[in-house]
Design a protein around this ligand. Structure first.
Ligand code: URA
Length: 425
């Protein structure tokens, strides 16, 4: 069946409900280049402004999955379970979590992305490891899941091509923030990747994509429903992203911190979230007796990490790059560190060279920030709050300016923060 794109745009513009046939046609016709970019941008804006019904979102997601291949992971021989985070500052959880869950008997098919704007991307972090390759064929991906249980790589061209094209368009037309489009974009890729179960880490707060907790909750609910409708066991945790996760923000510095977690140490918040997500993943995979804390403490998770890095061409023993240009930010008075704004820290790391403005830009593997104090800490004037690292000294002044604005010092300590606010299933 064929439609006129302009009628579909008018229907959504006038707050109408698109039929299944209209959705199937417009997603397919856009992927084939029959519907033009300007028409799809008008439709995306109408969706952003007027929303979609649950039925429309489910059909849109199905059409995006149908635009490409769906991987068959049945040969892996272990239960498959993946994790997706909506992105944050210092969010390196995928790095320790993937080998940890693999060490306990599941297979984790992690198709990850690169950073854009102030949030970091898992592939950029892993590429800080000398030799690590992020491109695997479908056969290599499946075989690594069978033998190692963990693989973290870029999604192949054949997976949800409609999303690839639409996401690039949304990025330049101010339509990224539409919940139906975010949910269908994320879930179409995760469902097409063939995972049996999925745990979502939906973040809210200044450093997150969704600043508002109500929006994050709606996104989480929408994605959980989409997963279930497609036969993927899906749960979501709602987690706080007002403050960066852990003490490291950047690529090589976040790999270093992940290694600390895999060695049984690491910052308390990173360990808490890694263990909470691991428990959810193991539960969803039917491995309820597995003990992730023990696997971090006794080296099994580290062994799985080394096996994964080697399988992808990396050298787990090689030294990581270190940036030579360093500046510190110190407390200007006595008091308590009351806040450390995640967005400002993310922008500062981006200005140091860790982020990119356009998706084809290179990133600096060693640029980043080390947080010496986290909110709640008592500070004296002159104490180091954070350390900024860059390869190029010219990047420091602009980063320092925004990073200084992240620091809030008060006379009294802040109230307790809850890292994990809710669970949605
Ligand atoms: N990540 C995605 O994959 N898609 C979106 O729309 C937003 C974030």
């Amino acid at each position: 069946m064929s439609f006129a794109a302009v009628d579909i745009i008018r229907t959504k513009r006038d707050k109408g409900v698109l039929s299944d046939a209209q959705i199937d046609w417009v997603v397919d016709a856009y992927t084939r280049g029959v519907v033009a970019d300007e028409q799809m941008s008008a439709l995306a804006m109408a969706i952003l402004l007027n929303g979609m019904t649950p039925g429309e979102i489910a059909r849109w997601t199905a059409a995006m999955i149908a635009s490409g291949e769906r991987l068959d992971l049945s040969k892996v021989g272990r239960p498959t379970v993946d994790k997706h985070s909506t992105g944050g500052v210092g969010d390196k959880i995928t790095l320790p979590l993937t080998p940890l869950v693999a060490a306990l008997g599941a297979a984790v098919p992690q198709l990850s992305g690169r950073g854009l704007g102030h949030t970091g991307g898992t592939l950029d972090k892993l590429e800080a490891i000398p030799g690590f390759g992020t491109k695997l064929t479908n056969e290599q991906f499946t075989e690594q899941l069978r033998t190692v249980g963990a693989a973290i790589c870029a999604a192949g061209e054949g997976l949800a091509p409609a999303d690839r094209k639409l996401y690039a368009l949304r990025d330049v037309t101010g339509t990224v923030e539409a919940i139906p489009l975010i949910a269908s974009s994320i879930m179409s890729k995760k469902i097409a990747e063939g995972t049996g179960a999925l745990v979502l880490d939906v973040k809210f707060g200044s450093g997150a994509f969704m600043r508002d907790v109500a929006d994050a909750r709606e996104l989480a609910r929408t994605m959980v429903e989409l997963g279930k409708a497609h036969g993927v066991t899906t749960v979501a945790l709602l987690t706080d992203m007002d403050v960066p996760l852990g003490r490291a923000v950047g690529h090589s510095v976040e790999v270093e911190e992940s290694l600390e977690v895999l060695a049984g140490g690491g910052p308390a918040d990173v360990v808490e979230l890694t263990l909470a997500l691991a428990r959810e993943m193991l539960d969803a995979a039917g491995l309820r007796d597995a003990d992730p804390q023990a696997a971090l403490a006794d080296g099994r998770a580290m062994d799985a990490w080394r096996a994964m890095v080697r399988a992808q061409g990396g050298d787990p023993e090689a030294p990581l790059p270190v940036a030579g240009e360093v500046e510190q930010i110190t407390a200007d008075r006595d008091g308590y560190l009351a806040g450390l704004d995640a967005y400002a820290v993310g922008v500062a790391a981006w200005r140091l060279g860790a982020g990119r403005a356009r998706k084809e830009d290179p990133v600096s593997a060693s640029a980043g920030i080390i947080l010496h104090r986290k909110p709640g800490a008592a500070v004296r004037a002159g104490d180091v709050i954070m350390e900024l690292r860059a390869e190029d000294a010219a990047r420091l002044p602009a980063a320092l300016e925004v990073a200084r604005g992240a620091v809030m010092i008060a006379d009294a300590p802040p109230g307790p923060r809850k890292l994990i606010l809710d669970r949605i299933s």
